[in-house]
Design a protein around this ligand. Structure first.
Ligand code: NAD
Length: 484
């Protein structure tokens, strides 16, 4: 049984135990400890106690410890990937890639941390020295969702540690077992620097966010919980970093490579069964090529292999839980009842009687007021919409409360320029959706979040700025009292 990880030790949970479930088979995989507020308090206390030692550890030594995490990830790539597939349902081959990518993220931030520096700035007088220092914040609570339990954790953990902070991790309920298993990657770090407390969001998550000794909350998850966290964090003026939901549009212009655009749309819509924050959720197509695009998308969707992540042939893997599938199905049915057409899919696949699978689903005839066009759809559903021209597609792309990612397919440089300037999204892709770059800041506008992960921006989030004004030749200044 996997236990909580606090102060470099395995700890039982005061709330008993929970079981991990394989979404492909509906079977129980394992049992793990379930914590509560007592363990959250304990973890924050040890993280606070470890902070001073960790921030004073020379950056080069910290960097070597982070590289060691990357080495361990590579060494354990297969077992980590298998664990991830068992608890998330995701394709094993993708998980192998995510483990390697997570290792690269630690290597990247190890070096960024080693080379981090402040500035010496011009002083008002010659006898003074003005320094801009970058200092760590203290204890960071990292609250993570279930769809990428390793990768999205690493995007927080690697920069937070490289910057000199200590961390308490709160995994998502559905993926706590796999996350508790990551403790073995961190057991060479000083005790208390990394802690993992599995527990419910409302109990442990809330408690961490409200805890006075937590200085920053780095959160990825739904917009609803993000808003709740922002409100809670206001009392202590905590730093917050919020990566939230999306409703990403993809525009296909008539001048683009249509086969590439259709394949990209289908991949972007159905990857990880659509349970990706930046999955493609609206496809706007110029009317002159609409019929052609819809036929291609339908054929591609119907050709996808739906199956368990452990089977190397599977292209669309299960959803995480039946209730998540029901939510998505409700959106599809509600759209249909309001006049949308289900081009393909819209039900559980007959080929998979067990597991939480949902057929890759293509919709058309949707309107902007339907739930499936307004709210995030965290499942394999792709609405395809005809528009008169690029300007209409761009306008409708921006008609959303979200602004996470957006993609344009075109070969027209003028359209690309207009798109870059006017699209309301933090991640903008041209002819190649959902690519992330360790050096490139990732995050959302509008209700998709605040702050950026990855790149130098993702490191800065975990630092605070201090301006030091130092008079080197102490004496009485003429502007002090008494005034002459
Ligand atoms: P969620 O918001 O339900 O949960 C996320 C985390 O918050 C979990 O660890 C959960 O236990 C915790 N939590 C829940 N209630 C809490 C509370 N009251 N206080 C503190 N913590 C609490 O999200 P989810 O269902 O795990 O993940 C899916 C969502 O995440 C989708 O909306 C998706 O778009 C979003 N997401 C965003 C990004 C991004 O980078 N923008 C990436 C992946 C997922």
């Amino acid at each position: 049984m996997r236990k909580l990880w606090i102060n470099g030790q395995e700890v039982d949970g005061s709330e008993g135990t929970q079981v991990a479930i394989d979404p492909a088979t509906e079977e129980i995989i394992a049992e793990y400890a379930w914590g509560g507020t007592a363990e959250a308090d304990q973890a924050v206390a040890v993280a606070k106690a470890a902070f001073d030692g960790w921030r004073r550890t020379p950056a080069g030594t910290r960097a070597e410890m982070l590289h060691e995490i990357a080495r361990r990830m590579r060494q354990e790539q297969e077992s980590l990937a298998v664990d991830l597939t068992r608890e998330t349902g995701r394709a094993l081959r993708k998980n192998r890639g995510y483990v390697e990518w997570s290792a690269q993220c630690f290597d990247y931030y190890a070096e960024l941390g080693r080379h981090s520096r402040g500035r010496v700035i011009p002083s008002p007088e010659a006898s003074q020295l003005s320094l801009v220092l970058k200092v760590p914040l203290g204890v960071v609570a990292a609250i993570v969702p279930w769809n990428y339990p390793l990768l999205l954790l690493v995007w927080k953990l690697a920069p937070a540690l490289a910057a000199g902070n200590t961390v308490v991790i709160k995994p998502a309920t559905y993926t706590s077992w796999v996350t508790l298993g990551f403790a073995r990657l961190f057991d060479h770090l000083p005790p208390g620097v990394v802690n993992i407390v599995a527990g419910s969001g409302r109990l442990v998550g809330d408690h961490l966010v409200r805890h006075p000794d937590v200085r920053m909350v780095a959160f990825t998850g739904s917009t609803e919980v993000g808003q709740h966290i922002m409100r809670m964090a206001a009392d202590d003026m905590k730093h917050i970093h919020l990566e939230l939901g999306g409703k990403d549009p993809l525009i296909i212009c008539a001048d683009s490579d249509l086969e590439a655009a259709c394949r990209a749309a289908v991949w972007g819509g159905f990857l990880n069964a659509g349970q990706v924050c930046t999955s493609v959720e609206r496809v706007y197509v110029e009317r002159v090529v609409f019929r052609d695009v819809l036929d291609r998308v339908k054929a591609l969707a119907e050709g996808l292999v739906v199956g368990p992540g452990m089977d190397p042939r599977s292209e669309v893997t299960p959803m995480i839980r039946p209730e998540e599938r029901d939510k998505v199905h409700q959106q599809v049915i509600s759209a249909q009842q309001s006049g949308a057409l289900i081009v393909t899919g819209g039900r559980k696949p007959a080929s998979q009687p067990r597991g939480y699978f949902y057929e890759p689903t293509v919709l058309t005839g949707v309107s902007e007021d339907m739930l499936v066009m307004r709210e995030e759809t965290f499942g394999p559903v792709l609405p395809v919409i005809a528009v008169d021209d690029f300007d209409e597609a761009l306008r409708r792309s921006n008609q959303s409360q979200y602004g996470l990612g957006a993609t344009l397919f075109t070969n027209d440089a003028r359209k690309v320029k207009q798109y870059m300037e006017q699209i309301e999204a933090g991640n903008v892709w041209v002819n190649d959706p959902i690519v992330d770059n360790l050096a490139g800041p990732f995050g959302g506008m509008k209700r998709s979040g605040i702050g950026r992960e990855l790149g130098e921006e993702g490191f800065e989030e975990f630092l605070e700025t201090k301006h030091v004004h130092w008079e080197i030749e102490p004496g009485i200044k003429p502007w002090w009292y008494p005034w002459e």
